[in-house]
Design a protein around this ligand. Structure first.
Ligand SMILES: Nc1ncnc2c1ncn2[C@@H]1O[C@H](COP(=O)(O)OP(=O)(O)OP(=O)(O)O)[C@@H](O)[C@H]1O
Ligand SMILES: Nc1ccn([C@H]2C[C@H](O)[C@@H](COP(=O)(O)O)O2)c(=O)n1
Length: 720
């Protein structure tokens, strides 16, 4: 069961929100303030002087004792029918009178009285654990002044609900006005405006409800309406329910042999928080420049810690300047890879000059890479002249120094006059840390920071497909009206790499659009290069828009691109372009293909459109949002296990060799894409896994997202 303890000062809304919360979950509701009010009402009825400066505490204690033990007092815990009775008479309204409000603190301040009530409150809370209680074991919301600290300090949810004094006073006044107008002819009970500050002061002598104790969550609802307060509470209770269910289901693993990784998984350690950052961050731009084949891309890959930049041994592979978000020693920066460049007919020098110039122009600092094995060349010296003219800080990297004995090779580069030559091996990582320390030192001292990190708050989309399927047309069609909002994030004035495109009123970050616009087919190795580029774009994306030319037969290359996106675990939208060119026969052919070639992605959203005319392009945004929502989705462990329990009971795994594998526990280990880990007593056959996947999709959705399921087979611990 779940116990929710809520404390807080007068007029904050404890009673009203607690009651609504209890109704929402089918929990019991205990208004402990009403118990103190009932005691004050009873004392007044018995003629005890509660106006005296010093009240007769013994008499009050005895009177309250009789009230409770004599069977006079009763309180209901039904939030829809919350009543306090005395000898069967409903006194719920009477205890809200101004007279009771004015005297209640005198009674609640008597310590022995508190002991009686605290014991009664604890008993009421404990009763709700039983299946035959009001909540049938679900739980209870108890509110007051000392519930989180004294009555139920071990409650699953503990909240201090608070608000600014003037806000609470206004609420109380509003409540009194509403009560007076509702009362009409008058019930004889004056529900007057009270001074909440005065009552808090009196109550604070015996209870502490103005600051949250350890482990208690504070909700200040000064600027929240009733619904928002309730939502905040529901979020906390949902989390507690999930935690409890998690523990219950995880208990199924008791007695089984678990390794450290299993324990971490069961404890939810490492589960991603799935947070997204706010706006783009401005950072310094560090360009890596140098002659072809000196190892720039290898260095870039080494710095990024992944195979992102394209590395090709042939000097002169034409490519754009590609910039990446990078981080070193806690410093974020933009890393620009100038790649290899074309040895065109006009000679290598001119190509180098123009590429290096642009890169240097756009950067804030430069890493100049030379080849230690080849030694100093004329071209290196020309680049140095360029660098000098640009006036940007330069860090010199002498690459291909793979071991200590070769370090002497770096010495000759002192004569370039660029300061210390840093001997590195981009391939093996040797010396790269020191090089980066120096380069980032220079970057931090640079005059400006002209780059932006890829905005973390925008969803990243890779528009992929084999050449000529219409990627460029679709991009233009999507962006056409809002061309002005297309941003250039690499900080370049030409060849923007990632672009922000507004689709259906929302900004999306399209990855590597330079790769879409550029035609590469004239180059040797272009296919290889373009597939690497596609792969890199998919890796950086969250969602892949996989484009097909529906008017043409679906080729192996089409399916390969699609598989890359699925295998990379990205959210997927399949886009069938050139639908306007299709006749009835073509459409039927596509439908047949859908059932055969696309069998592994029948969960993906599919949009038939025409990038040229714009027909149905307005359907894309919805499919993209839906796919990403599925991609981000997390199923609470309790729900997941309850569901798997049901499907397992209805369709148990087939018996194999007289044994029947059983699911013990399952958890969603991560999102993006959703990944489930199932602990089972034996091997779950492929067909049964497919059945589980289908069932999960039917129950929880996941349209547009791959889901991954792995099974950990665990055996019972051996008796020692
Ligand atoms: N978030 C809110 N925003 C505005 N009004 C609210 C909010 N929550 C409750 N109220 C209103 O404030 C008034 C006081 O609420 P309530 O009686 O629940 O307070 P309480 O904390 O239980 O006070 P007390 O401890 O004195 O009994 C009620 O009229 C209620 O409808
Ligand atoms: N757990 C509690 C609950 C209430 N009181 C006191 C403080 C109040 O003055 C009085 C009435 O409470 P209300 O109906 O206004 O919430 O009872 C307490 O001391 N401890």
């Amino acid at each position: 069961m779940i116990r929710v303890a809520i404390d807080g000062p007068a007029g904050v809304g404890k009673s009203s929100t607690s009651k609504a919360l209890a109704k929402y979950y089918g929990f019991a509701y205990l208004d402990t303030g009403a118990m103190y009010r009932a005691c004050a009402w009873w004392c007044l009825k018995q003629g005890i002087d509660l106006d005296a400066e010093t009240v007769d505490e013994q008499l009050i204690t005895e009177t309250v004792g009789e009230f409770f033990t004599g069977g006079h007092f009763d309180i209901t815990v039904d939030p829809d029918d919350s009543r306090v009775t005395c000898d069967g008479e409903d006194i719920s309204e009477a205890i809200r009178s101004s007279e009771v409000s004015a005297h209640v603190s005198k009674v609640s301040g008597v310590i022995p009285v508190r002991h009686v009530l605290i014991a009664a409150q604890r008993a009421t809370i404990a009763r709700e654990a039983a299946a035959d209680s009001f909540s049938e074991g679900r739980g209870i919301v108890a509110e007051g002044r000392d519930i989180t600290t004294v009555v139920a300090p071990d409650a699953e949810v503990r909240v201090l609900l608070t608000a600014r004094e003037e806000v609470r006073q206004a609420r109380r006044t509003g409540q009194a006005v509403a009560a007076a107008s509702h009362d009409g002819a008058g019930s004889g009970i004056a529900v007057g405006t009270e001074d909440v500050a005065a009552r808090d002061k009196a109550d604070a002598k015996v209870t502490s409800f103005m600051t949250a104790a350890d482990g208690v969550t504070t909700i200040d609802n000064s600027d929240m309406d009733f619904e928002q307060t309730l939502d905040a509470l529901v979020e906390l209770v949902d989390a507690a329910i999930e935690e409890q269910e998690y523990q219950q289901y995880a208990a199924n693993l008791e007695g089984y042999d678990l390794d450290e990784a299993d324990e971490a998984l069961v404890a939810g350690i490492g589960a991603d928080a799935a947070t997204r950052e706010a706006g783009p961050k401005q950072v310094g731009v560090l360009a890596v420049i140098g002659r072809p084949n000196v190892g720039k891309s290898t260095l870039v890959n080494r710095i990024l810690g992944r195979r992102a930049a394209v590395v090709e041994d042939t000097p002169g592979v034409t490519r754009d300047r590609v910039s990446y978000d990078a981080e070193w020693s806690g410093i974020d920066f933009k890393l620009v890879d100038t790649g290899g460049w074309e040895a065109d007919v006009e000679g290598i020098d001119s190509a180098i000059a123009s590429q290096a110039q642009v890169a240097v122009q756009l950067s804030d600092a430069v890493v100049f890479v030379v080849d230690g094995q080849v030694g100093l060349t004329d071209t290196d010296e020309r680049i140095v002249k360029l660098l000098r003219a640009a006036g940007k800080p330069v860090t010199l990297a002498v690459n291909k120094i793979d071991d200590a004995p070769s370090e002497y090779l770096a010495a000759e580069f002192w004569k370039l006059g660029l300061g210390e030559p840093h001997a590195i091996s981009a391939m093996h990582g040797r010396g790269v840390g020191d090089l980066l320390d120096a380069a980032l030192d220079a970057l931090q001292q640079a005059d400006k920071t002209s780059g932006f990190l890829t905005p973390g708050h925008l969803r990243r989309v890779a528009l992929v497909g084999r050449p000529n399927v219409g990627k460029s047309s679709l991009l233009n069609q999507l962006a056409h009206e809002d061309r002005a909002v297309v941003n250039d994030l690499a900080g370049t004035t030409r060849d923007p790499v990632d672009e922000i495109v507004r689709v259906d009123g929302e900004d999306w970050l399209f990855i590597d659009t330079a790769g879409i616009k550029r035609r590469l087919h004239k180059l040797s190795g272009a296919e290889y290069y373009s597939s690497l580029r596609t792969q890199a774009a998919i890796e950086r994306s969250e969602l892949a828009l996989v484009l097909f030319d529906a008017s043409q037969p679906i080729s192996d290359q089409d399916l390969k691109v699609m598989s890359s996106a699925v295998d990379a675990g990205r959210a997927i939208v399949l886009v069938f372009n050139k639908w306007d060119l299709m006749d009835e026969f073509d459409r039927q052919r596509m439908e047949r293909l859908w059932k055969t070639e696309f069998e592994r992605v029948t969960w993906a959203s599919r949009v038939n459109l025409s990038a040229k005319t714009g027909w149905h392009t307005n359907r894309l945004a919805r499919a993209m949002r839906e796919a990403l929502e599925s991609w981000d989705k997390r199923i609470p462990t309790g729900k997941l296990n309850a569901f798997l329990g049901q499907i397992q009971a209805a369709h148990p795994h087939p018996l194999r060799g007289g044994k029947q594998p059983r699911i013990l526990f399952a958890t969603q280990a991560s999102t993006r894409p959703p990944r489930f880990v199932i602990f089972a007593t034996g091997f779950l056959e492929h067909g049964y896994r497919r059945f589980i996947e289908r069932s999960l999709r039917e129950e929880f959705g996941f349209e547009g997202s791959p889901i991954q399921i792995s099974v950990n087979i665990r055996e019972k611990k051996k008796r020692k």
